[in-house]
Design a protein around this ligand. Structure first.
Ligand code: DGT
Ligand code: MG
Ligand code: MG
Ligand code: MG
Length: 283
């Protein structure tokens, strides 16, 4: 790299280190998704394919960045404990678009997501952060569900629906949904009511599953396990392959929340159960 008179611009690259020993939350949010949802004919208020695509993009981020241990998504936003995420999320959203959307729902323009990072000093704030997003999910979804029932099924204009709902509390909205539209709010999909939580779960090594008791080991076989099913069925029956199929046991990697299978759950994040059942998340 030759020095040049232009090099001074590097001095503008100031350090933007994060505080050590803090929990990092990155919130990713679709830019102008009100317009984006309309332009792509998303079902109101919840488009399952659009939410599934968001979940897929979040999973992609966790496949890419092992340090992300929890993701939470609702509407057009996704929150994560990690450093840099937004670009991966956006490219995955576009990459998986055709896999999730109906064929005639062509991407009309490049979607953009913004991202912000917040640092929290202790477990309490991290849990409260996710509780805050979960409560937001519930309040917004109950409002939107009632609003769009009034408009799409009740024939109200959006202005009228706004008026109908102004000053109502949760119980009123549940009542409107039930008595006017026969909708039992609590039986709507959990993905809509609770949002999506993405975590890793422990995967037991193949050769410890469905294999009880442990197979007997011969003297010169002490470090190897016999697989219950030979991988190649020809080998199992073909005398040319003769002896038992052996498989080295996989090294057991202790599960720490950064390995394992990535799964999307729809659980109540306001309760502490989620965290209590997964003590490794905030370790
Ligand atoms: P922003 O974030 O300030 O750039 O602006 P928006 O328009 O993205 O606003 P925001 O993030 O507060 O609200 C999310 C918007 O995305 C909201 O207008 C509804 C829309 N949206 C999210 N998910 C769905 C969906 O599943 N179906 C439909 N129809 N709209 C959705
Ligand atoms: Mg935004
Ligand atoms: Mg947005
Ligand atoms: Mg949003």
């Amino acid at each position: 790299m030759a020095n040049s008179r232009f090099q001074y611009v590097r001095s503008f690259e100031l350090a933007d280190n994060l505080l050590p020993s803090t929990y990092l939350v990155v919130r990713v949010d679709g830019k102008g998704f009100h317009r984006f949802a309309d332009a792509h004919g998303f079902a109101k208020p919840n488009d399952k394919t659009a939410l599934d695509l968001m979940d897929r993009a979040a999973k992609r981020v966790m496949e890419e960045v092992p340090d992300v241990v929890v993701g939470f998504g609702e509407s057009d936003e996704y929150s994560k404990i990690v450093t840099l995420i937004v670009s991966c999320f956006t490219s995955a959203y576009v990459f998986y678009w055709t896999q999730y959307m109906p064929k005639d729902r062509i991407l009309q323009y490049p979607p953009i997501f913004d991202g912000r990072i917040v640092q929290y000093p202790s477990e309490k704030e991290v849990k409260d952060y996710f509780k805050w997003r979960a409560v937001d999910t519930h309040i917004n979804n109950l409002y939107n569900t009632t609003f769009w029932a009034l408009v799409l099924q009740g024939g109200q204009t959006t202005t009228q629906a706004n008026e109908t709902l102004s000053g109502t509390v949760s119980g009123d909205k549940n009542e409107i949904l039930f008595s006017q539209f026969g909708i039992n709010y609590s039986s709507l999909p959990e993905q809509f009511r609770r949002g999506s939580t993405v975590v890793r779960k422990e995967v037991l090594p193949e050769n410890t599953i469905n294999q009880s008791p442990m197979p007997e080991q011969s003297e010169n076989d002490s470090s190897e396990l016999v697989t219950p099913h030979a991988e190649d069925p020809r080998k199992a029956s073909n005398p040319l392959f003769g002896h038992k199929q052996k498989k080295k046991p996989r090294p057991v990697v202790p599960f720490d929340g950064t390995n394992g299978e990535i799964v999307v759950l729809h659980v109540d994040m306001v309760k502490d159960d989620f965290w209590n059942e997964r003590p490794w998340l905030l370790r």
